[in-house]
Design a protein around this ligand. Structure first.
Ligand code: SAM
Length: 219
């Protein structure tokens, strides 16, 4: 459980050079519940100047991703040498602001999050009214939240909560592609292990994306 984990007191307390050796600095993208790391691995070479951090609560899974990145870093000819991706084992629902500073992220990903089907488990969902305030805090104005799921009920849940939150505006897939986010969306749909599983089972994928808006008095 959480008390076995050590957390940095703040993003400033993190030694980012350990995560991003080639160009140290805080992350630009966060993949929350990154699982086996498929998104990070797909995006790393496409955006070599962008630092990306995965967050995963399961010990073995986060260790797997750490090993996977370490192996790619020593593979000759690996594009960008994967110096720009890293992973932490952490409970994102409790410790997000320990890793990500105010208005520091340009993208947050919630890809195929655990559905927690039962009504009494809904408070365990990664998108909830309380947590949305934290996501708005760590996202830059203009930053994007990407959500995708194969569970229709969860899609409507995430979408309705994000729509109800004043700091987020829905942005269509078409608009994002026009804005040059096509490669990101392709990775969101297809690069993760869960996304591939849904593909193999011919399941449907529900995408919902939101832009963090700028409020006058925040500037
Ligand atoms: N995003 C990955 C993908 O698309 O393949 C993984 C999807 S998997 C269904 C959900 C992941 O979220 C699991 O690996 C789980 O351990 C992780 N997770 C669940 N709750 C979490 C939390 N509070 N903090 C960090 N990770 C969490």
């Amino acid at each position: 459980s959480d008390h076995t984990l050590e957390y940095p007191s703040s993003p400033e307390a993190v030694d980012w050079a350990l995560h991003f050796p080639a160009a140290a600095g805080p992350p630009d993208f966060a993949d929350i519940g990154c699982g086996f790391g498929g998104l990070l691995i797909a995006l790393a070479p496409l955006f070599p100047e962008t630092r990306m951090l995965g967050m995963e609560i399961r010990v073995q899974v986060s260790q797997y991703v750490e090993d996977r990145i370490a192996a790619l870093r020593v593979t000759p000819d690996a594009p960008s040498h994967y110096q720009n991706v890293s992973i932490v084992r952490a409970n994102a629902m409790k410790f997000l602001p320990n890793f990500f500073g105010k208005h520091s992220l340009s993208a947050i990903f919630f890809l195929f999050p655990d559905p927690h089907f039962k009504q009494r488990k809904h408070k365990a969902r990664i998108i909830s009214p309380t947590l949305l305030a934290e996501y708005a805090y760590v996202l830059k104005p203009g930053g994007i939240i990407y959500t995708i799921t194969d569970v229709e009920d969860l899609h409507h849940w995430m979408k309705s909560h994000l729509e109800a939150f004043p700091l987020f505006n829905a942005i269509s897939e078409e608009q994002l592609r026009e804005d040059g986010k096509g490669p990101i969306l392709d990775a969101v749909y297809n690069s993760t292990e869960e996304g591939k599983k849904v593909e193999r089972n011919s399941g449907q994928k529900w995408l919902a994306c939101f832009k963090r808006v700028q409020i006058e008095r925040e500037a």
